[in-house]
Design a protein around this ligand. Structure first.
Ligand SMILES: [Zn+2]
Length: 598
């Protein structure tokens, strides 16, 4: 039997067989029934969405003597058969890409003029890729559209309507064909796969559609290719093989090994992809798309409404979203985007991808603040893991004799009252869309403990009576980096106006420049900031610190120290953060009209 491509074999023969374009086909059918067919139509939309198919159906419907009341052609009469087999002269299809000269259009005009209006027959001229017409040809076409013969209908089909002359566009009735939604396309593919006797599963058809870009034609071509390669079996792996791309599970594996910081497995994955002959550039591009999906899943509850992807894909994103912090997802997207640019420059593919994965799995190789932040996040995670398994004292720095005594007195099932705090920190790494800003939570909770003046002790964690200022000073930059997430940019900017200057009786003293009364009051009253510092300090030092804020001129005692590291506002903004311009504007925001001269 004569072999026919699936796309041709299953080309719609009725308006209601066109997939996903009801808004077009229903209107067209109605116009035929009501005898309101326009002289010229403009069909726009991506390739393979049914533009020329619908033009043929229009011709069929117009010329079918047995047309149904709903406008559907009978598909049995001489006219219908002629159009279906392409032998009818009532449909003239022209590819404007190869007939783009003015002579071609003049020929059409002559042709149009001489069509004998036999028994109310209507001739449909389909001009495919209409935007490819030369300017002269476009003008010639315009003349024809200005004086349309009664029995002729023009259909201009194009993927790029904005390239047509305005004067041509304004003489047409426009229909926009849409990319076909994934699940609609999957349903269509499964009908055809059933008829063809292919074995398949939903996931494999999902893999086909996700590479078809909403085009029915591309989806059917790929389905056919995969089935041929697999001897009638359609699998996800077969789709990857047919396209020369990475297996669908590679992206999830990449994300897992980034979360685990497993460089060895990362290099192994690249080797595996290379041995499968996967296109690494494509892999990186697809991995970015995958990470974007995971990122969206972390923030958008209604991701299935805003992204068109097969259900399995969305479920996968949702699952992965809980296993990695959004910060790491974003960093991965950045890193891979950089790699993609390098790959476009024609750099050595495998090397570029390997290095990118190394940087992702080993943040210590990235010397910037981002790398440090990620490392801190991982340390936090590990600490939490350990805390869950062992008594906290085991992972903290050797406790002093005093502390040991205190630990011994605590009931064994409640080593420390860190529950509220731990719960808060657990959610920090895995933000939920509906989670309220940390500040509002903290304030209500912490005001209860609202100690004043002498500094507040954090709940939980032994206070470090023997805290050394140089210890605190050493970890302070890391604390600043860590709490930026917790307190938000406005309060972070506020905090930059204060510098740690001393430890007095186990309390870290922060000083604010003498004229900044407003800042000082804000810092003193903002329990959230204090909490964030103590919590981060506990992570860094393994022990709690108390914190107090005061004006730099309040205590003569610390004057000497203050002199030594006089907090210059601009300096601090520069030094502690790379997004200085953002910070400056935040500072101005905080300052408002509150500077009361000194
Ligand atoms: Zn018919």
């Amino acid at each position: 039997m004569h072999y026919q491509a699936l796309y041709r074999k299953y080309r719609p023969q009725r308006f209601d067989e066109v997939i996903g374009q009801d808004h077009v086909t229903e209107t067209l059918a109605r116009e035929v029934v009501e005898d309101k067919v326009a002289h010229a139509y403009l069909f726009t939309g991506p390739r393979g969405t049914g533009k020329t198919t619908s033009a043929r159906l229009l011709a069929k419907s117009l010329n079918c003597p047995n047309r149904a009341d709903d406008g559907e052609p009978c598909n049995e009469c001489h006219s219908c058969e002629g159009i279906a087999t392409g032998s009818s002269i009532d449909v003239i299809e022209l590819d404007a890409a190869s007939h783009n000269k003015v002579e071609d259009i003049r020929e059409i005009r002559v042709n149009v003029g001489t069509v004998a209006a036999a028994e109310g027959a209507r001739r449909v001229y389909v001009l495919d890729e209409a935007h490819m017409l030369s300017r002269a040809a476009s003008n010639a076409l315009l003349k024809t559209l200005e004086e349309p013969p009664e029995h002729v209908v023009f259909v201009l089909a194009t993927t790029e309507p904005y390239k047509l002359l305005d004067t041509i566009r304004s003489r047409t009735q426009r229909f926009d064909f849409h990319p076909v939604a994934s699940e609609t396309l999957i349903a269509h593919l499964s009908t055809i796969a059933d008829r063809e006797g292919f074995s398949y599963n939903h996931e494999a058809l999902g893999a086909v559609t996700s590479h078809a870009g909403g085009s029915v034609r591309d989806a059917l071509s790929l389905l056919e290719q995969v089935a041929a390669l697999g001897g009638g079996e359609v699998t996800s792996a077969g789709v990857s093989r047919a396209l020369g791309i990475a297996q669908a599970d590679s992206y999830g594996r990449l994300l897992d090994l980034v979360a685990a910081g497993d460089a060895a497995r990362g290099i192994g994955l690249v080797a595996e992809l290379a041995s499968q002959g996967a296109d690494l550039r494509r892999f990186v591009a697809d991995a970015i798309a995958y990470l974007r999906g995971v990122f969206l899943a972390q923030y958008a509850e209604n991701i299935d409404e805003i992204v068109d992807a097969p259900n399995e894909t969305i479920d996968d994103w949702r699952t992965r979203a809980t296993t990695i912090s959004s910060r790491e997802v974003l960093r991965s997207i950045d890193e891979l985007s950089t790699a993609l640019l390098q790959l476009r420059d024609g750099r050595e593919e495998r090397l570029v991808v390997e290095l990118a994965i190394l940087r992702l799995t080993r943040p210590e190789t990235a010397p910037d603040l981002e790398g440090i932040t990620v490392r801190l996040g991982r340390v936090e995670r590990q600490l939490r893991e350990l805390e869950r398994r062992e008594p906290p004292s085991a992972i903290r720095r050797p406790p002093s004799a005093e502390e040991q005594e205190e630990t011994a007195r605590l009931p064994s099932d409640r080593p420390f009252e860190t529950t509220t705090d731990d719960r808060r920190r657990t959610t920090d790494d895995e933000p939920k869309a509906d989670e309220p800003e940390p500040e509002s939570v903290d304030e209500s909770k912490a005001t209860e403990s609202g100690a004043e003046g002498g500094g507040r002790k954090a709940e939980g964690g032994p206070p470090a009576a023997d805290l050394d200022f140089s210890d605190f000073e050493r970890v302070w930059p890391a604390i600043v980096a860590q709490i930026r997430q917790d307190v938000g940019p406005r309060r972070h900017a506020l905090l930059k106006e204060a510098s740690p200057t001393a430890v007095e009786n186990g309390t870290v003293v922060f000083e604010v420049a003498p004229h900044m009364h407003f800042h000082l009051e804000q810092l003193k009253s903002d329990v959230g900031i204090t909490e964030a510092i103590t919590s981060a300090a506990r992570d860094q030092l393994g022990s709690s610190v108390a914190v107090t804020f005061r004006s730099a001129d309040a205590e003569a005692v610390t004057a000497a120290h203050h002199e030594e590291r006089a907090p210059d506002k601009d300096d601090l903004v520069e030094a502690t953060d790379d997004s200085s311009s953002d910070a400056v504007s935040n500072v101005l925001d905080v300052l408002g009209g509150e500077i009361v001269g000194d």
